[in-house]
Design a protein. Structure first.
Lengths: 101, 580
């Protein structure tokens, strides 16, 4: 699922969401992530969903242990968030997004 | 009488997964439990990672079982480099797809907890790795990192429980490493999940020397040795040295080999020591133990046999030089490759390492004779029981190969040797004692054969002399005042020679005396005999005379009697017949 192309000069945020099939947690994580991005990064983000059931070999690259995990690839440094992102405050801190942004 | 408990006929022993690690398979009765997780715990630097890595490498190389190593602490490159010191080519095995290395990086500061999660990612990675090469063995080194990195411990423990069940279902033999805890076996209590087999590693320092130990704390469903076994990390992996695995059933040879000193062979039933026997040579400093050992070595070398000489006091060159001064030619034997002298200071490494080194030398050089000079410097490295254990293992190893062994032992002077050596002497088949005999202003060397199993041996003391053409064993004089050696012996021997000479002269004189007496008596006898003869003749003559006259007398009487009767008849016939 891709969002709208970027308008600003800063490159868009690259976010990878690792899920395991369509488990409730995975679904919830995607929903939460989308909501957060829409709220704080409107128009300048890009989410890639990686289903480890179909692509297990991709877990190694980003050192994925927990499911669901969100990895912010860009902007650097790489940030890893584990969990469903239900805790918005933690999620924002993890993504390095200030709530007022 | 005991009756054996009846076992159900269908009961099978737990299948084992051989590790290929020397000694470990023996202790565990065949290896780790197949398809089950084994916990290896120990403090830092004990060798857990090396043990786990060797388990995988040998599985791939020796048993053709691919393996997966999930590492939480070291990167693939670090692991490969660390394990290369054991001679394992991890990179090569990865290339050949026999081993998969997966480094799991988890840093608490890099991770933000934002809600519920599970460790499915770990399962995915592990599963993928196992399926990619069809792995049968798995190592997780070390799961404790998860406890430090992940905040939700309840979830973590639940997932670990799931992980071990999953591993069992997958049918892989897993080795889990963990850090030793203070109160519990592992720091985070992993032993509650991994309870099929638990191995404890230990690294101890005794008297400034470090020794490693391994203990199988638990092995569900199988018999195992619960003792602690020392182990080494050597140039080709871990070797566990089990004491009890050597059964006492080696063959005994009846061949005899000479010591190189003919009089000594004569003391030993005439032919020397049995091949494959263990010989102890005890003595205080300077009594000549190394010399006798070197004689033994030279004799074996001259027979064309390989001799391995372990020296803990002198360098090879020094030994060769010293022995040269008494006429022993060891240098040519060394050059021909028959004699190898291996020297090391006892404090160089620990007891176990010495033993392992000796085993390795013996295995590569294949000697028929091994000399350890002196064994006491090795025994001082550990406790007395450890020392005895080491000597037992060494002797068993040598006897299994029918290798004759000679051990020299240094004792303190003054004490009765039997007391100080009782620990070792019972292990030995033959025991020679060398002593210094002091007296008369000099010290002389004497030798006893204290015991020699299986043969008649001399129980007498002998003196032995060392000159520049070798050893000479001579009878020590045992006189009424005790044993005499050295110059006293020589003095005594000349005294005895003089006594012998005078004795001979005396007996010659007596013989002459007797001869003279004999002739005199014989002369007397012949004189008496001739007297007797003449008398006898006279008596015979008289006797004859008497006899003749008696005969005449009786004949006359008879004749006259007849005449008279005739007369009487004639007279009776005339007067008439009388009634009568």
């Amino acid at each position: 699922m891709k969002a709208k192309p970027v308008k600003r000069r800063a490159p868009p945020w690259q976010l990878r969401l690792y899920v395991m099939d369509q488990t409730p947690r995975s679904v919830a994580a995607f929903a939460n992530l989308k909501r957060l991005c829409e709220a704080h990064l409107k128009g300048r983000y890009r989410i890639t969903v990686i289903d480890l059931l179909r692509h297990p070999h991709l877990a190694k690259g980003d050192q994925i242990l927990a499911i669901p995990t969100v990895v912010r690839r860009l902007p650097s440094p790489v940030r890893t968030l584990i969990g469903t992102l239900a805790n918005t405050a933690h999620a924002l801190v993890g993504l390095d997004l200030r709530p007022a942004d | 009488m005991k009756t054996k408990p009846r076992r159900p006929p269908a009961a099978k022993l737990l299948p084992k997964c051989p590790t290929g690690i020397q000694g470990l398979d023996e202790i565990t009765g065949g290896g780790l439990p197949r398809g089950r997780p084994t916990l290896v715990c120990g403090s830092a630097g004990c060798g857990k990672t090396l043990l786990a890595a060797e388990f995988l490498v040998r599985g791939a190389v020796q048993f053709n079982e691919p393996g997966v190593l999930l590492a939480f602490e070291e990167t693939e490159a670090e692991l490969t480099a660390n394990v290369a010191s054991l001679g394992f080519d991890l990179a090569g095995l990865v290339r050949k797809k026999m081993i998969v290395l997966d480094y799991v990086h988890l840093e608490r500061s890099e991770v933000q907890d934002t809600g519920e999660y599970d460790l499915e990612g770990l399962f995915v990675r592990l599963n993928h790795a196992i399926d990619s090469i069809g792995a049968k063995r798995v190592v997780l080194d070390t799961l404790e990192v998860l406890f430090a990195s992940l905040p939700n411990e309840t979830m973590l423990r639940a997932e670990l429980r799931r992980l071990f069940r999953w591993l069992k279902d997958k049918g892989v033999t897993a080795v889990i490493t963990a850090e030793r805890g203070r109160e519990s076996l592992t720091r985070h209590g992993l032993e509650e999940y991994v309870s099929d087999c638990v191995i404890l590693l230990d690294h101890r320092i005794y008297d400034q020397v470090a020794t490693r130990h391994l203990r199988v704390v638990k092995y569900r469903g199988a018999l195992h040795g619960t003792n602690e076994f020392p182990f080494l990390i050597g140039a080709d992996g871990i070797s566990v040295l089990p004491i009890t695995s050597l059964a006492l059933n080696h063959r005994a040879s009846s061949a005899r080999i000479g010591t190189g000193i003919p009089r000594l062979d004569a003391m030993l039933g005439g032919r020397g020591f049995y091949r494959g026997s263990s010989i102890l040579l005890t003595g205080t400093s300077g009594t000549g133990k190394s010399i006798i050992a070197s004689n033994f070595a030279q004799a074996a070398g001259r027979r064309g046999e390989h001799v391995l000489y372990f020296s803990f006091e002198e360098s090879p060159d020094q030994i060769i030089r010293n022995m040269h001064s008494i006429g022993l030619r060891l240098a040519p034997l060394v050059k021909r490759g028959l004699l190898r002298i291996h020297s090391a200071r006892p404090s160089l490494y620990g007891l176990e390492m010495h033993l392992a080194t000796m085993f390795k030398e013996i295995a590569t050089f294949n000697p028929r004779v091994v000399i350890v000079d002196p064994i006491t410097s090795l025994m001082d490295l550990g406790t007395p029981s450890e020392g005895k254990g080491m000597v037992t293992r060494l002797i068993d190893y040598l006897k299994a190969g029918e290798i004759t062994s000679l051990f020299t032992s240094l004792t303190q002077g003054g004490a009765v040797p039997q007391q100080t050596e009782s620990t070792m002497a019972s292990l030995m088949d033959a025991w020679l004692l060398l002593q210094d005999f002091e007296g008369n202003g000099e010290r002389n060397r004497v030798l006893y054969v204290l015991k020699a199993r299986g043969m008649a041996h001399s129980n007498q003391i002998r003196e032995f002399l060392i000159s520049n053409h070798g050893i000479d064993v001579v009878d020590a004089y045992i006189g009424p005042s005790g044993v005499l050696t050295g110059s006293a012996r020589v003095a005594q021997s000349s005294l005895e020679k003089a006594a012998l000479l005078s004795g001979q002269q005396e007996s010659a004189r007596r013989k002459r005396e007797i001869e003279r007496k004999r002739t005199a008596i014989e002369r007397q006898i012949s004189g008496l005999r001739s007297d007797y003869e003449s008398e006898a003749v006279e008596l015979r003559r008289i006797d004859e005379q008497v006899g003749t006259s008696t005969l005449m007398l009786s004949t006359e009487r008879a004749a006259s009697g007849r005449l008279r009767q005739a007369d009487a008849k004639a007279a009776a016939a005339r007067p008439g017949r009388k009634k009568g």
